[in-house]
Structure formats: C-alpha cells, structure tokens
Design a protein around this ligand. Structure first.
Ligand SMILES: [Zn+2]
Length: 132
C-alpha cells in the first residue's frame, strides 16, 4: 500500500479525538476498503498514559465486529504522540500486530501533524496520507 485516503471530515474527527484526550495518548481504528477510509472508530486508551496506548479490548472487539458486519476491512490504526515524535516509536514497531497503515498524530507547537507508516518485520516505511 502506497497511500491512504481520508476525507477532511475523517481527518478532523481524528484530530478532535486526540485533542480531547490531551495530555494522554488517544487511539482508534480506521475502517474502509483498499486504501480508502470510510469510518473513523474511536477507541479508549486503556493505558491512560501520555506515552503509550493499549486499546480497550472490549471496545476493540466490538469495533472489529462492527467492521465485519458492515463489510469493511481494517485499513488503519491511529494514535497520538502528544509530545512527539512525529514518527513511529520503537514501542510502536515492537507492538505492531496488523498489516494496516499506522497513522501517527504528533503535536508540535500546538499543531497536530499526521503521518502514515507501514510497519513490517521491525521495519517501517512512510505511507502518503491523502486528505481530500
Ligand atoms: Zn506511538
């Protein structure tokens, strides 16, 4: 996958979600088809930490079931880095368990920046995020 496409509304929904949970990390799932997001699903960060996230397992399971029953696929996982970095952390690489785009929302000087990454076998490559 070379790019992931989101609408402006979906992008804003992610930003609003991570902004709301400052100073903690926040997370969620992106569902859709191929490389196009159709729905942003917010998930509680069970870790309640400013430096890591663990998706609430019940909410995650419910979200996976919702994605299945709506004939969509998991295409991305997003989470915030309230104090950076703008790229995936060693923990993100170690804990990446799905073949999907990992979207990192990093806050730098009160502004959020989003970048996408594909993580595989301990390596990562940047994926273009297209916001239309
Ligand atoms: Zn991270």
């Amino acid at each position: 996958m070379q790019s992931l496409t989101l609408t402006k509304e979906q992008y804003q929904k992610m930003i609003a979600h991570v902004e709301l949970h400052l100073p903690l990390e926040a997370c969620g799932l992106l569902a859709g088809h191929n490389s196009k997001v159709e729905t942003v699903l917010e998930v509680t960060n069970q870790a309640q930490s400013p430096v890591r996230f663990v998706m609430d397992p019940i909410e995650q399971l419910n979200a996976f079931e919702w994605i299945d029953s709506n004939d969509m696929e998991l295409v991305g996982i997003f989470h915030s880095h309230p104090t950076g970095p703008e790229t995936v952390s060693p923990t993100d690489i170690a804990e990446a368990a799905y073949a999907v785009v990992y979207v990192i929302l990093a806050r730098v000087d009160d502004t959020w920046y989003a970048r996408g990454f594909w993580i595989e076998d301990g390596e990562y490559n940047e994926i273009t995020l297209r916001v239309l």
